[in-house]
Ligand binder design. Sequence first.
Ligand code: GLA
Length: 395
Amino acid sequence: MNQLAKRVKREFQNRFDDDYILINSPGRVNLIGEHTDYNDGFVLPAAVNKQIYLAISDNHSDKAKLFSVDLDDYWEADITKPLVKSEKGWPNYLLGVVDQLQHHGYEVSGFDCAFGGDIPIGAGMSSSAALEGAVLYGLTELFELDISPEDMAKIAQKAENEFVGVQCGIMDQFVSLNGKEDHAMKLDCRSLEYEFYPFKFDDIHIVLCDTQVQRELVSSEYNIRRSQCEEGVKVLQQFDSSIQNLRDVSLSFLQSHQKELDPVVYKRCKYVIEENQRVLDACKDLNNEDLVSFGQRMYASHMGLKDEYEVSCKELDILVEEARSIEGVYGSRMMGGGFGGCTINLVEDSHLASFKKQIAERYHERTGKETKIYQAKVSGGTHLVDQSARSVKEI
Ligand code: GLA
């Protein structure tokens, strides 16, 4: 039981009562497959050991009573009335889940909850998906709701789409809820079928370098990318009516219709089609334990995101460019929506310390900014914390 879990439990006990369950819900990294999820494509993310702990119990009232331990902030809402967005922001991730459960006909009554975490906010590690998954998992346990893993992910995603108002795909919620320790998840975002690939190497670390750049553009540009992809699909459908999404388009088909497409839309589509293929090839690399080839695909993914999908930024590009020239780095790329957040790097153990030192120095030299560096370990998905956690009461 770590300090964070103990803190959340203590805060819950101080504010509410002694009877609760504790949920652990992880953030995620994405090894490869960026901006492919909402194009019905493939992604290769993994849940990691940066997490949210959420304590929750039934309070036999009409109210959801919510407490953010990190922000030391409280909110409550009457859940028997139509739920409205809170101007505070953070309660919406929880209320959105309640709202979706109600829309799906599940019965939820009043509850108390307190949560806190160590997933860096705004770093592109899906703290919001982890929170949605935590409260959803807690509510299904409390009110004995029988929901499949696929539907859990869809409900959490819809909470974000419809209540929070961010048009994200399904990757973050799906892997946060359903990830597996020491494994990356290849997810088919169309069928929601998934397959695990061992991702545990004694001599290689996942290192995240945070640009610490505010991702102001991310939601507006994200929606623009989504509609550019849809625009491409509409044009291509005129030549093949079986096409539903970019997932159904081959590179040669796209190239043969380049003239019919707006040049920007063409670039966006080309990136998505190539990135889908990179995910499939990267999975083969994992089967062959070929991390050198895997790393090269990470660099290629970054170049596509930078030049064709145009969702990178100067700071991300500098981190990738510098990582590439540091000894012991297999691959590096921007991760998540873009315009800031982190790069993900695969770094050899024997070069880890010098990588951290050099990347921090070079980033500072070239941008005047500081990078924050996190090491991530691949963990399991959202789960109930085991019985040993209960001993915290006596501490
Ligand atoms: C954000 C979204 C995801 C995905 C990535 C880009 O993290 O929440 O659904 O689209 O961007 O790959």
